[in-house]
Structures are given as C-alpha cells and as structure tokens.
Design a protein around this ligand. Structure first.
Ligand SMILES: N[C@@H](CCC(=O)N[C@@H](CS)C(=O)NCC(=O)O)C(=O)O
Length: 197
C-alpha cells in the first residue's frame, strides 16, 4: 500500500492509526499541506481528482481517497467495523458528523493558528471556535453513558473523532471530562501510535 501522507494532518493520521492497529505495512510519501504546487504531479488526478491527502494506492494499482472511506475499506471484516447494519450506520453517523460539524471547525482553526502563514482575525476565528465547542459538547453528551462511540467497542468512528480531538487543547479547546476519559481509552488500545510517530 502506498499512502500519500502529511505528518501533521489528522486526516492522514486516521489512516496511519488504523493501519498500525491492523499491522498492515505501507509506504509513506510525504506532501506539504501549505505548498500544494506538486500535488498534480505527485498524487496524480487519476488517483484523486481532489488532489488531497490522504490518498492511497493499493498494491494492485487501485486508488482511494477521503480518510473515512479509506478507513472503511481497511476496517471491513475486522473488529474495527461492526457487522450489524444499524451499528454500521451509526459508524457512518459519527464519521459524517466528524466531516461536517467537527473537522471543518477544529482542524481548520488548528491549521490557521499553527501552520498558516496568513493572519486570521478573531472575527474569522470566533464562529469556528463556537461551532467546535458545540461539536465537542455533543461528543461529551454521547460519551456520558458509553465508553466508545458505537456499540461497546472501539471502532473507526472513534479513530475518526480522535484525530482532531486529542490535540484540540493546543488550539484552545477544552474538551469535557467524558471526552478526556475517552481520549485515554483510545490511547490505551493495542497498537496505538501517535500523530508524530
Ligand atoms: N475530507 C478529506 C479532507 C482531506 C484534506 O483536507 N486534506 C488536507 C490535509 S488535512 C489537504 O490535503 N490539504 C491541502 C489541500 O487542500 O490540497 C479527508 O477526510 O480525507
């Protein structure tokens, strides 16, 4: 497996974390998330028309993009994706939540504050902070009665949400106690790797 990767991207980290749990070997090809000038040349529009990372190419040449789709593919038939149709739909529920209500707020704010060279005003940042807090509050409520997002076990729904929640404090977010306890449960899963590994 070839992974077009960025060592600072939470979306790429999701894929690396799942592949580590599954013990699947892969080759990393690092791309910049700030200088996008070599994207078409390196990733190739046939591999991903959107030219974003993560993008993977399987050993037989078939490409796949979008972090959560990539996780879905590798998790199929493993303990990281339930068999039950309702639980699978719940996994999708939380992965769509992550891509609409969580990542576009919390990850974008992280990018602006730590990696983007152009300045952003407090006026621009405030709505993202408010929406990010709402997403974290929804997660905290959900976790008040359960250990993991779906069913009673760790799944790719947890990995999707862990990617940009575990370091949200570095961007000034303060996840609630249920989220903090869940972060620790995720970290203690066998085969866990860190974003910086
Ligand atoms: N929805 C996509 C988002 C991918 C994405 O935004 N990737 C970023 C890095 S986290 C990227 O490639 N940014 C540079 C660009 O937009 O070309 C996913 O979940 O994989």
């Amino acid at each position: 497996v070839l992974l077009y990767d960025s060592s600072i991207s939470g979306n790429c980290y999701k894929v690396r974390l799942l592949l580590a749990h599954l013990g699947i070997d892969y080759e990393r090809r690092e791309l910049s998330v700030t200088d996008r000038s070599d994207r078409a040349e390196v990733i190739g529009r046939d591999n991903n028309p959107d030219l974003r990372v993560p993008t993977i190419v399987l050993d037989d040449g078939r490409p796949l993009a979008e972090s959560n789709a990539i996780m879905w593919f590798f998790a199929e038939g493993t303990p990281y994706l339930p068999d039950d149709a309702y639980e699978r739909a719940q996994v999708l529920q939380w992965m769509f939540f992550e891509q609409y209500s969580h990542e576009p707020k919390i990850a974008v704010l992280r990018f602006w504050m730590h990696y983007d060279s152009s300045p952003h005003t407090e006026e621009e940042m405030a709505p993202l902070r408010a929406a990010g807090n709402n997403a974290l509050a929804a997660m905290d409520r959900h976790l008040s009665e359960r250990e993991f997002f779906v069913g009673d076990r760790y799944s790719i729904a947890d990995i999707a949400l862990y990617a940009y929640t575990h370091n949200a404090d570095e961007t000034g977010f303060e996840p609630g106690a249920n989220v903090v306890a869940w972060l620790e449960r995720v970290r203690s899963q066998p085969g866990h790797v860190r974003l910086s590994d």
